[in-house]
Design a protein. Structure first.
Length: 119
């Protein structure tokens, strides 16, 4: 069982930066693929980025590629999402999630943190 708690959301002006954190409980954090997703009002949840258990492999949605960076610190059971050059369309609730490496769906989800980008 893994419990996930996001933090770091807030209000920022367009062009600014935010760093989201996701703290995980459980001793097996390092064995999970960690992902970030987001859901804007009236829209479906969408994939943002994921990172392999070791941190050696990352993957990004095209809309955030080059602006967002996902990373993890397995010693701290934490995954991060550095968001730079933020745009108003990045406004959403951001969720972190965990899955085992061979799974195709995420089994564990956090409660989400709100990110609002003003123009």
């Amino acid at each position: 069982q893994v419990q996930l708690v996001e933090s770091g959301g807030g209000l920022v002006q367009a062009g600014g930066s935010l760093r989201l954190s996701c703290a995980a409980s459980g001793r097996t954090f390092s064995s999970y693929v960690m992902g970030w997703f987001r859901q804007a009002p009236g829209k479906e949840r969408e994939f943002v980025a994921h990172i392999s258990w070791s941190g050696g492999s990352t993957y990004y949605a095209d809309v955030v590629k080059g602006r967002f960076t996902i990373s993890r610190d397995n010693a701290k059971n934490t995954v991060y999402l550095q968001m730079d050059s933020l745009k108003p369309e990045d406004t959403a609730v951001y969720y972190c999630a965990a899955r085992v490496t061979k799974a195709t769906t995420y089994s564990y989800w956090g409660q989400g943190t709100q990110v609002t980008v003003s123009s």
